[in-house]
Write a protein that binds this ligand. Sequence first.
Ligand SMILES: *[C@@H]1O[C@H](CO)[C@@H](O)[C@H](O)[C@H]1NC(C)=O
Ligand SMILES: *[C@@H]1O[C@H](CO)[C@@H](O)[C@H](O)[C@H]1NC(C)=O
Length: 277
Amino acid sequence: MNGFASFLGRKQFILLVLFLLQIQSLGLDINSRPTAEVCATHTISPGPKGDDGEKGDPGEEGTHGKVGPMGPKGIKGERGDIGDQGNIGKTGPIGKKGDKGEKGLLGKHGKKGKAGTVCDCGRYRTFVGQLDISIARLKTSMKFVKNVIAGIRETEEKFYYIVQEEKNYRESLTHCRIRGGMLAMPKDEAANTLIADYVAKSGFFRVFIGVNDLEREGQYVFADNTPLQNYSNWNEGEPSDPSGHEDCVEMLSSGRWNDTECHLTMYFVCEFIKKKK
Ligand SMILES: *[C@@H]1O[C@H](CO)[C@@H](O)[C@H](O)[C@H]1NC(C)=O
Ligand SMILES: *[C@@H]1O[C@H](CO)[C@@H](O)[C@H](O)[C@H]1NC(C)=O
């Protein structure tokens, strides 16, 4: 009953009790038989029941009832058990790029690789071969330029330089020619002195110069075939060619000339005519 009372509210409960008491005081018995039977003898018995009437139109919507009073505050419930773990949430957006980490330690050496395959591409080999030749030429040119820069002598008309590569007479001749020059031909005292000084100061003892008697034994000429008409500077007792094999000429560091064998190899001096402006 206590629960029912609290459900209705104390006020409604009291009203209900009073209502029941009032019914009792009026002498009405809720459980008694219908009153119609009590008055049966005084009333005319009714006719047969009529047909069911048509269903009436629905009534208008009634007005809202008054707002009831606020109910009592409920009892505070006990704290529930901890619920099951929820599902894993969605993957969040990609974060910003992190700072660069520190450099790691040096790794171990890798294993030795497999042996390479032999290239059988002949045409590349030809090309590479040509490249090698070109590179070799370039190197020679570079060496030449280096030598020229390192030490060069000049007069009004010519440049002279000592090629520090041991070559025989003909190779020396070719070397100077392919560079647009000639094997040095000292055609006067001044030129001879300059070359001799150059050779001596460079610390060399002998160099090929452009003088020979290759055409006619004993008829020495310069490499451009001009005769030694105006100038020569033979060492004492030279040229002396008892065997007939000394057809080329070297200049000693003294500036003196000496006939020698053409196949011998030594450094040599090239000369270049300055281009007139
Ligand atoms: C020799 O010198 C003379 C006069 O200086 C000159 O005319 C002549 O051309 C020179 N000869 C040679 C072969 O150089
Ligand atoms: C001159 O040349 C010959 C032959 O090459 C050589 O035997 C001789 O030592 C040379 N003379 C000098 C002074 O170097």
